[in-house]
Design a protein around this ligand. Structure first.
Ligand code: MLT
Ligand code: MN
Ligand code: ZN
Length: 304
């Protein structure tokens, strides 16, 4: 299967429009070695023709423009995106649905009932799409049962409920239920290879670690290097953990978790603009390089 990273940044992207942290200032001025990043999204394809979009970021227009495979031009109005999977109801993962409103038929959208609840109430994007061609909602169960998508023959999907956080407009903010956040185990039955994708991971529960350990490739939460990174910079009064993100550098952080795994190729995604690993000359990036942990970039292609 083909995996294309559309956006490797966290909410706000890199640089963030109003941010003057060292990274954002540096990438704008060209004084640090770093690439700009759009907000978190990937696409997966069994055949290189039909693509399943994972999350729809506010930057989707640029992401589509930058990836010609998404516009096969078979009809006067066309797209190669055949279905959309949503892993949570956060702004950086769903706002792009509004940009996709001109679709010529209802969108096939796969998400849990918890996510659907937020997207029909607190942030009613699904209701708004109802004024255009609407959506066909396919419920993703949270019991780790395998599901398939008709336009991705040969690929098996498993939603892995995990602990992160529900969005600020959710009644379940700070008390998320299974289904508010999922990781996705994506297996190509033809090659036997699998990807585990979790752009938000707050707690590494045993069942999540099991999926990670057995995957051929992991694309996992790379939001922050340290839990207090945003509060230290005076950017937010919240710690990353309160937002549902596990840091990379602490004991029990993402790096120590990944270091204990043998099999998978390890790649960080959903990188916040404050994270020092964005600077390719930083000591933190050197530490990752030494550990064999990669940092996803916009346009990255993975074949499994
Ligand atoms: C998150 O990942 O925690 C959210 O996307 C943060 C945000 O952009 O509001
Ligand atoms: Mn996010
Ligand atoms: Zn910044």
């Amino acid at each position: 299967m083909h995996i294309h990273v559309l956006g490797s940044g966290a909410g706000g992207g890199f640089p963030q429009w109003n941010c003057n942290c060292e990274n954002c200032k540096g990438v704008r001025a060209g004084t640090i070695k770093a690439s700009t990043r759009t907000q978190s999204s990937i696409a997966v394809s069994a055949d290189g023709i039909n693509w399943i979009l994972f999350n729809a970021s506010p930057d989707i227009k640029k992401q589509l423009d930058d990836f010609p495979a998404f516009q096969p031009a078979r009809l006067v109005r066309d797209t190669a995106i055949s279905a959309i999977v949503i892993t949570d109801a956060q702004i950086d993962h769903v706002t792009g649905l509004l940009t996709l409103r001109e679709h010529n038929k209802p969108w096939e959208i796969y998400c849990t009932d918890a996510v659907k609840d937020d997207l029909t109430t607190g942030f009613p994007v699904f209701n708004i799409l109802g004024y255009f061609r609407g959506i066909n909602h396919h419920e993703i169960a949270t019991d780790q049962s395998i599901f398939t998508i008709p336009t991705a023959a040969g690929i098996e999907f498993t939603a892995v409920p995990l602990l992160s956080n529900a969005p600020p407009y959710s009644p379940r903010r700070d008390k998320p239920l299974p289904g508010d956040n999922i990781g996705m185990h994506i297996k190509d039955t033809r090659t036997g290879k699998s990807l585990f994708y979790a752009p938000g991971l707050g707690v590494a529960e045993p069942h999540v670690l099991e999926y990670m350990r057995n995957a051929d490739c992991i694309l996992v939460d790379g939001t922050v290097w340290t839990d207090d990174e945003m509060s230290k910079e005076g950017i937010s009064n919240k710690r990353a953990s309160e937002m549902g993100h596990l840091d990379q550098s602490s004991d029990g952080g993402i790096m120590s978790i990944l270091n204990a795994m043998e099999k998978p190729r390890k790649i960080l995604i959903h990188i916040n603009n404050t994270n020092p690993i964005l600077n390719e000359d930083s000591s933190q990036r050197a530490t990752l390089n030494k550990a064999g942990i990669e940092v996803a970039y916009d346009g990255m292609d993975i074949i499994l």
